[in-house]
Write a protein that binds this ligand. Structure first.
Ligand code: C2E
Ligand code: MG
Ligand code: MG
Length: 725
């Protein structure tokens, strides 16, 4: 400009004629260009105001995300550094419209990009970067300024390229995972709330599920009813981060139950993650089939084909733990076939096994889902039943079992009616493990087993006596080995002659310190264990030996009475044992008498009669002990081949004052006489009682009036002093 002015001034100096026109043209030209420059500057400034000149662009320039500022007439397009670097271009080096079309990947900017702004959505574009890589960017565009001629927009990019790659990888990883699961035949089931589950495609295929979503109830419905309790235990387990495993039968795609191993784990949720529960489901049917043989050996009872004790204990413990977790309860019933040994002894093992098998079959019919029938040992069985709140369930079930058992016909056993006794307990109420509860049921069985067909519930109060009994049982076993048992003898007197006609052998346990233990304390314990056999053998042999000895010593011949328990009396070889004792001692059968209680004889009347007849065949006498305390039916006198009736002490105690007792006693004596059965009164303690009984026609008397039970030496004195021998 300065140079131009200098030139014009020089021209005017050398051409003064044209100086005025030259100056005029020069000044006009300056004014013209100034106007253009001002206008251009004004346009330029207008743009600069909102864009380059503002802090806004400098911020955008350096942001670490792809950004564009552009006008919809493409008169202004600005790409920030991050986007320029991606495209490999520099500022001002690009065609603005073309660059916008490239970056947005469309010519229809108005329709595809700007429309999204109104919908408040992002627009995703793909284009090639300078290195040839296809870039995916989600553009979020907003209107920065609306002007008369155009509008300015800001597009912020979100580069999806890496994410997309990851998604592709994830999808293929998922496919790979699913295929691996399919190849390995492993189903997966997961839930975050334990109510709604996601089943993997392989599990859906295995179980024939229509969709991958399945509720806990739907899944439970596919599980075999007997195994549902295990599943309930699993989904309610709070034991986190531990892998657990159960084996279940689940209805599969083909409609059949197959065995599956379900290995599950529960994972706690965190602030950022949901809790997870689930695991892998693996079809183990084939392994199970292979294991069946091994399992049969380990878990199935050979004779009856039902579960054995091992299985009972293993499954029982699983059920016990589920009960604790789920607030369920189950009954454990222990059953014993009454006098089963008789069947084995008299009819042989084939018939014995026949009864065991059929009994197992009967029990099996009463098993409900989740329960179990098992043979514990010998003729001991167990039944596990779910408790639904009916406290009568065990006894009513046992009664039904007894009814079915009584119908079981064994030709060789026509004289024996089959029955069973039971004891039961509840879990998890009474006990800290399944074995505890089983033991309680067994104790309940023992405590009621004196009578045939007994059904006895375990009571926690039994516990003390149970402990006491066990201790006593151990001590008694030692006492037997140490010969601490001894027979005492109580005289029986003829009311006619006043002379001794017999003695009753009554057992005593004489401890080393001299304490005498009465039979009422230890005989019932011995009876509920194997010890009674030893005791009875001793009583039989010792009483015969003693009686024969007295005979040899020259004392008058007397009848030796011995007491028999139920288990002694119902032995199949009873006759042989008694015969052996007689032979061994040399005592004639007529000097031996066996006392049986009514309850004992009537618990199995047909068999009792056959046993009694066998003893009668030997010539042994039979007395009905404690008559009047049991069923008290005189009609039995007709059936039972007894030779003596012992009127119970309870009738005698108050006979002097109690008319009714007197009437009963006189009537019984009369009827017995008519049947040719002799009578003896127990518990005579005074002369009045003796007199009343003599008047009533009673044949013999026994009681403290004549003598208490005493050791043999004392009885010899009694012979000599009291009877004047
Ligand atoms: P039991 O067979 O009825 O025996 C009679 C019981 O009455 C005996 O009790 C005897 O001591 C008692 N007694 C006899 N006279 C009187 C009396 O005038 N007054 C009173 N208050 N009691 C009298 P013990 O010896 O304690 O026997 C109790 C029961 O134990 C027996 O009742 C019998 O059932 C059983 N027992 C005794 N010895 C044996 C045995 O060797 N084997 C078996 N299986 N049981 C036995
Ligand atoms: Mg007796
Ligand atoms: Mg008696």
């Amino acid at each position: 400009m300065t140079a131009a002015t200098a030139l014009v001034l020089a021209y005017c100096y050398f051409n003064p004629d044209h100086a005025f026109i030259a100056l005029l043209i020069y000044i006009s030209t300056i004014i013209f260009f100034s106007l253009i420059l001002t206008a251009a500057n004004s346009i330029y400034r207008n743009n600069q105001d909102s864009l380059h000149s503002s802090d806004f662009v400098s911020i955008v320039e350096n942001l670490n995300t792809e950004m564009m500022v552009w006008s919809d007439d493409f008169s202004y397009v600005y790409l920030n550094k991050k986007l320029r670097e991606l495209l490999g271009i520099t500022q001002n080096e690009y065609d603005q419209k073309e660059m916008i079309i490239k970056v947005f990947g469309t010519k229809n900017i108005e329709g595809r990009v700007i429309n999204k702004i109104n919908e408040n959505k992002s627009y995703e574009s793909r284009f090639k970067a300078k290195n040839g890589v296809v870039i995916s960017i989600a553009w979020s565009t907003s209107l920065v300024k609306k002007r008369k001629n155009n509008s300015i927009y800001l597009s912020t990019g979100f580069n999806l390229t890496e994410l997309k790659k990851m998604r592709v990888n994830l999808a293929s990883a998922n496919d790979f995972f699913n295929s691996s699961m399919e190849l390995a035949e492993i189903g997966v089931i997961m839930s975050s709330d334990r109510k709604n589950y996601r089943a993997s495609s392989e599990l859906a295929r295995m179980l024939g599920l229509k969709s991958g979503s399945i509720s806990a109830n739907q899944f439970r419905a596919l599980i075999h009813p007997n195994d549902r309790i295990l599943f309930d235990g699993a989904i309610n387990s709070n034991d986190t981060n531990k892998v657990k495993s159960i084996e279940l039968r689940i209805k599969s795609a083909d409609g059949n139950f197959r065995w599956y191993s379900y290995r599950y784990k529960s994972i706690d949720g965190t602030d950022h993650t949901l809790p997870l529960f689930g695991g892998a489901v693996i079809d183990i049917t084939k392994e199970h089939e292979k294991d069946i043989l091994i399992e049969r050996l380990a878990y199935i009872d050979e004779v009856t084909d039902i579960a054995n004790r091992n299985k009972l204990v293993d499954s029982g413990q699983e059920i016990f733990e589920c009960c604790q977790l789920l607030n369920y309860s189950y009954w454990i019933i222990v059953l014993d076939i009454d006098r089963f040994h008789i069947i084995n002894d008299t009819c042989g093992y084939t018939n014995g096994n026949y009864v065991l098998r059929n009994f197992a079959h009967i029990l099996y019919k009463f098993v409900t889902p989740g329960g179990l029938a098992a043979r514990i040992s010998g003729d001991n069985f167990a039944l596990i039943l779910r408790d639904y709140g009916d406290d009568d369930l065990p006894s009513s079930t046992v009664r039904s079992i007894q009814e079915e058992l009584s119908k079981l016909a064994v030709d060789e056993l026509s004289s024996i009616s089959l029955s069973c006794s039971a004891g039961y307990s509840k879990m998890p109420d009474y006990g800290s493990s399944f074995l505890d509860v089983l033991e309680h049921a067994e104790f309940a069985l023992k405590s009621g087993s004196n009578s045939k067909g007994s059904i006895c519930a375990y009571e926690p109060s039994m516990h003390d006596s149970i402990i006491g009994n066990t201790e006593l049982e151990k001590a008694l076993a030692v006492a037997i080995d140490n010969n601490e048992l001894q027979l005492f003898y109580q005289p029986k007197i003829s009311l006619d002659t006043g002379k001794i006609m017999g003695v009753e052998a009554l057992i005593r346990w004489i401890k080393p310190d001299g304490t005498i233990v009465k039979p009422d304390t230890f005989v019932p314990i011995a009876e509920s264990s194997h010890l009674i056999g030893k005791i009875s053998e001793f009583v039989l042999n010792e009483s015969c030996r003693q009686n024969k000895l007295w005979q040899k010593m020259g004392y008058p011949n007397i009848v030796m009475s011995i007491n028999f328990t139920s288990s002694d009396f119902y032995q199949a070889d009873l006759k042989e044992k008694v015969f052996e004792a007689l032979v061994k001692s040399g005592l004639e059968a007529q000097w031996l008498e066996v006392e049986l209680t009514e309850t004992l004889a009537l618990s199995d009347i047909d068999f009792a009669v056959s046993q009694m007849n066998k003893l009668r065949e030997l010539g042994v006498k039979l007395a009905m002990d404690d008559f009047g305390t049991g069923y008290s039916s005189l009609s039995y006198l007709q059936i039972l081949p007894i030779t003596l009736l012992k009127l119970d002490r309870s009738f005698i105690t108050d006979i002097e004052h109690d008319n009714i007792a007197y009437e009963i006693v006189s009537a019984v004596i009369r009827i017995a006489k008519s049947k040719k059965i002799e009578t003896i009164a127990e518990g005579i303690e005074n002369k009045t009682q003796e007199e009343i009984l003599r008047m009533a026609g009673c044949d013999y008397a026994q009681g403290f009036l004549y003598g208490k039970p005493m050791p043999p030496e004392k009885l010899q004195e009694f012979f000599e002093v009291n009877m004047g021998i």
